[in-house]
Each structure stands twice: as structure tokens, then as C-alpha cells.
Design a protein around this ligand. Structure first.
Ligand SMILES: Nc1nc2c(ncn2[C@@H]2O[C@H](COP(=O)(O)OP(=O)(O)O)[C@@H](O)[C@H]2O)c(=O)[nH]1
Ligand SMILES: [Mg+2]
Length: 247
């Protein structure tokens, strides 16, 4: 069994950590020297997942994107002064299994759940998407952002901003009302995911460095104090050997 497989959807190769026949290893990956952030965009059909994604990657609003297309897009960005490569899967609501979606769900580092502020049903479905993530990634603290899209369509609004806010509080994640049509708050939503992934990584690395066992630490302290003792002794003997300084 090789460690690398062909991802037919993107004609690229996936490293072992993304294969679904072996356990998930949440090792950060890099491409061309850039840290790759794997992001999955979820939500009911028609809420604007593709419009939001394509605005982020290509700064254009496509009115009629084929609703059945599920594809991934790469976009570089500088977030808080640090370069990043976002690898975004724009899911499409097919119920059937797709190998690419499965891989992204297992290897995704951040998830964006979208609803449309003009469609209450899509808002009610948010919790189902949250459950879907939990099913694949149980017991994991997953970076998440809630997006209420199409806020430019005020006359057709069915979900208030407060309702969105309180659902985000329930999910414990940031919340943005976006407009793919006007390209508003799109970058903020994606950047917030990268920030959460970085914060998670920082807290994991500080936790692992503080995980030095007390035994190891005491061994280090013992060595350190032996050296300090020898050093003090040597200094005293040098000082003792010196002729007394004249007044
Ligand atoms: N007015 C408005 N229309 C939008 C917005 N986002 C998406 N749409 C439209 O909503 C429809 C569905 O969008 P699409 O991105 O295909 O939804 P998806 O199925 O979730 O990927 C399309 O006709 C889009 O042009 C938005 O922010 N404002
Ligand atoms: Mg779509």
C-alpha cells in the first residue's frame, strides 16, 4: 500500500493523512512552502455556498452556478501578516457518497455552515450540518463559522440577525451575515476560520510542550543544580586562590 493516492476530482495527489482507510492525522500540510488550510463549506442547496466561495477566490458573482457541482478551490491570502493557502471544498447537496467530500470531511480543518437569511428552512438545517461534522469528527474541537448569506435581500428576509447570533452562540462559533452579491463580509468569514485553526494549533503546541513529565523536569533540574553547584565551587576556589587585593 502506497502513501500517496490520486485525487481524481482535482487530479492531484493526496498524502496518507487524507486517506479514509487509515486514521485521521491532523498534521498541518504545506504546498509550495505555504501552510494549507483545508476548509469545507456546508449548507442547504441554494443558500449561496458556491457564490460565497467563488467571490472569495475569484472576486466575481456567478448568478447561475450549476447546483450539482462539487469542487475544490485554492486561494492564497495574507491573514494577520502571515501567508496562507486556503483549500476550500464547495460541497453540493448530493446525498450519495462522494470520495472527495468524504476526504474533506475527514481531513477538513475548518467548517463553514451557511444558510440564507431569506430561507428559514436552511437556517433550521444548520444543526443537522453540525451533527454531520460531529458524526465524522467526534470528540474534536473543530473550528467553525456560521454564515447567514444573502443579507442584501432585506425585503425577503425570514431570519433575523439576532436569531443568527444566538444560534452561533449555541454552536460556540463566530457569526457573519454575508452578501455574495455585494462581496460583503466574505473575507471575514474565511479569515476567521484560519484564525481559529491557528489558535487551535498554538494551544495544541503549547499543551504538548507543557506536557514534559514531572520526572523529566526533575531530572533536568537535578542536572542543572549539579552544574550550578560545580560552578559555584569553582568560582569560590578561584576567588580563594587570588591574592588579597591591596587596600
Ligand atoms: N441576492 C443574492 N443572491 C445570491 C447570493 N448568494 C447567492 N445568490 C444566488 O442564489 C442562488 C444560489 O446560489 P449558489 O451559490 O448556487 O447556492 P449553493 O447551492 O448553496 O451553492 C444563485 O442564483 C445565486 O446567484 C447573495 O448573497 N445575494
Ligand atoms: Mg453550489
Amino acid at each position: 500500500m502506497t502513501d500517496v493516492v490520486l485525487d481524481r476530482g482535482r487530479n492531484t495527489y493526496l498524502t496518507a493523512e487524507c486517506r479514509h482507510d487509515i486514521p485521521i492525522i491532523t498534521q498541518p500540510t504545506t504546498r509550495g512552502g505555504l501552510r494549507v488550510y483545508k476548509i469545507v463549506v456546508l449548507g442547504e442547496g441554494g443558500v449561496g455556498k458556491s457564490a460565497v466561495t467563488l467571490q472569495f477566490v475569484s472576486h466575481s458573482f456567478l448568478k447561475d452556478h450549476d447546483p450539482t457541482i462539487e469542487d475544490s478551490y485554492q486561494q492564497q491570502a495574507v491573514i494577520d501578516g502571515e501567508a496562507a493557502l486556503l483549500d476550500i471544498l464547495d460541497t453540493a447537496g448530493q446525498v450519495e457518497f462522494t470520495a472527495m467530500r468524504d476526504q474533506y470531511m475527514r481531513c477538513g480543518e475548518g467548517f463553514m455552515i451557511c444558510y440564507s437569511v431569506t430561507d428559514r428552512h436552511s437556517f433550521q438545517e444548520v444543526l443537522e450540518y453540525r451533527k454531520l461534522i460531529t458524526r465524522v469528527r467526534a470528540n474534536e474541537d473543530i473550528p467553525l463559522v456560521l454564515v447567514g448569506n444573502k443579507f442584501d435581500l432585506q425585503p425577503r428576509r425570514e431570519v433575523t440577525t439576532d436569531e443568527g447570533r444566538s444560534l452561533a452562540a449555541q454552536l460556540g462559533c463566530p457569526f457573519y451575515e454575508t452578501s455574495a452579491a455585494l462581496r460583503q463580509f466574505i473575507d471575514d468569514a474565511f479569515h476567521s476560520l484560519v484564525r481559529q485553526i491557528r489558535a487551535k494549533e498554538r494551544s495544541m503546541s503549547s499543551a504538548s510542550s507543557s506536557r514534559i513529565s514531572p520526572r523529566k523536569r526533575s531530572r533536568w533540574w537535578r542536572i542543572r543544580s549539579v552544574f550550578a553547584f560545580i560552578f559555584r565551587k569553582k568560582r569560590r576556589s578561584i576567588e580563594g586562590a587570588r591574592p588579597p587585593s591591596s587596600p
